[in-house]
Design a binder for this molecule. Structure first.
Ligand SMILES: Cc1cc2nc3c(=O)[nH]c(=O)nc-3n(C[C@H](O)[C@H](O)[C@H](O)COP(=O)(O)O)c2cc1C
Length: 175
């Protein structure tokens, strides 16, 4: 192995697929584009997504019972811009797209029929800027085979709604 230290270059080569993760809790809906996600057990089947501590979706997911993982293809570019480039802190994303409520109130995006509904059971914070949420797939929808949108497809197009280093500061004086 020729030694270098450039993890970004290796990760760029992997060029992971993007998904849109949605969730709901305490009467709030949330969702964002996620590049950090993977199946993490076969039997029982488990799926993991990592959410940034900066994101509105993370705060809603902390109290959620369910999450939905939607596959996205190039035809979903507008949705990727909406869910990856704006934040639920300032934009009502669900007023700008079609959806219906699934189990646990989780918004299911009408444009993305290839979807996995997860019953969320654990969250793992290893001190990084993202937290791992693990769930069991309990229902799926299939829109047939799709060619996923990948990191490199949107790298120059979508600026994340939140930088991963941001931390919201709660207003403790609010009654
Ligand atoms: C290509 C790309 C990949 C992203 N991957 C993740 C991710 O894995 N986890 C995450 O929490 N946010 C990820 N984001 C950032 C969120 O999608 C983005 O900050 C979003 O605006 C957050 O919305 P929210 O505040 O409503 O949750 C990604 C954004 C882009 C453009």
């Amino acid at each position: 192995m020729r030694e270098t230290h450039d993890p970004d270059a290796v990760l760029a080569t992997m060029n992971g697929a993007l998904v849109i993760v949605t969730t709901a809790s305490n009467g709030q809906r949330a969702g964002c584009v996620v590049g950090f996600h993977v199946q993490c057990s076969i039997e029982p089947i488990r799926y993991a997504v990592w959410l940034s501590k900066a994101n509105h979706t993370y705060r809603v997911a902390l109290f959620a019972t369910h999450m939905a993982v939607h596959a996205v293809s190039s035809e979903h570019r507008a949705l990727v811009e909406l869910f990856g480039g704006t934040s639920g802190d300032t934009t009502d994303k669900f007023a700008a797209c079609e959806w219906s409520p699934g189990t646990g109130g989780v918004p299911l995006l009408a444009e993305c029929p290839t979807v996995m509904l997860l019953a969320r059971h654990t969250a793992w914070d290893d001190g990084g800027d993202h937290v791992c949420f693990v769930g069991t797939p309990i229902a799926t929808g299939s829109g047939g085979r799709i060619e996923p949108v990948r990191l490199a497809d949107v790298a120059d197009l979508v600026d994340a709604g939140h930088d991963a280093r941001e931390r919201p500061v709660p207003d403790l004086t609010a009654s």
